[in-house]
Design a binder for this molecule. Sequence first.
Ligand code: G3I
Length: 354
Amino acid sequence: MGAIAAASSLKPAYSSQRSRPIPFGSAARTQFIEADGQYRDSLLQYCSRLTPEIEFKWDQIEPRQGQFSFEAADTVANFARDHGKEIYGHTLLWHRSMPPWLPDHLRETRDWSTVTGHIGRMVGRYAGVRYWDVVNEPVDTGFRGDGLRPSVFLDCFGADYIAMALQAAWAASPGAELLINEYGLEYDLTVEHDRRYHFLRLLERLKKGGAPIGGIGLQAHLDLRKGPVSQAAISSFLKEIRNLGLFVFVTELDVTEADYVRPAAERDAMVGAEVARYLDVVCDFEDLRGVATWGLTDRYSWLGLPPEEVEAYKQHGYWRDGTSPGFNRGLPLDTDLRPKPFLDALKAHGVGQF
Ligand code: G3I
């Protein structure tokens, strides 16, 4: 707790510098919304925005070519609408979570209208969505001079596919705010330095070419095994983002732990302190449109074990409180949906209204 208090007290006045709290949201899963009332209540209590964790992805929407499956996506979208919450659109184009038929189809046909069809379908069906991750994780280091990630989209349509995807989303919904969402930008590591560099160059090219990009998503999967986040690196990266006239979203904040065997309270304090260190810098960015965590509770975290396995272990009396080795405690609420120092760090930085 001391570490958190120290980190937060460095700059205690974020919320008072802003006219309103920074909107808070979380990734949400239809499967758990339907099955778990406590989870549902927590989403409603804490979040003003929900990001469908998997339901909007192309593999979920069109598992077989031309056969659409909107049920899970509609369920989370309707849940949000019925409770006055916003949906954050994640994600239109990603080299992962593609339907199995898509890569071969694109390689055979080079048919861009397959991509624009998908983008137009999603943006049209979920027309109330204001923010869209149009392209997810387009940068990777160590492959090409321009830092673009090798993918079927790059192979078939060339480096312009990113600008073309933004144009397609813009054409389908000129009012929407369009983003590129990227990970691995927080640490003083060579690979992350290179990723920041290449991401900035990509953004410069897009702006120069007139692509309709409004902002960037910082996934912010923090990782205590990498050491503390580099506030200096993040701060200078964000200066360049500001110079490009782009807004920022924190889209997938969570923390992978380095030590799973300390008492839960100590682990939670370390997680909270790291979140506070990160928010110290990011919340200084004037045009920060929101912060979302990648899951609200350790009960359902992509960083932990699959839920079925957690349940099985729970039945045998293990990991009831999520304190045992192997169970990650990197989200704002614990497995019993109790707030942790992570949530305090959000509050202290003016994120959310709770
Ligand atoms: O639902 C099926 C289940 O029926 C089946 O038994 C099981 C077997 O593997 O798979 C289940 O689907 C999995 C789904 O999560 C639900 O658990 C998919 O295989 C799995 O690929 C999917 O993983 C998601 C992943 O994106 C890919 O879509 C994660 O939950 C989700 O947290 C993760 O989110 C990504 C962001 O979109 C982008 N940034 C990184 C982040 C973490 O990887």
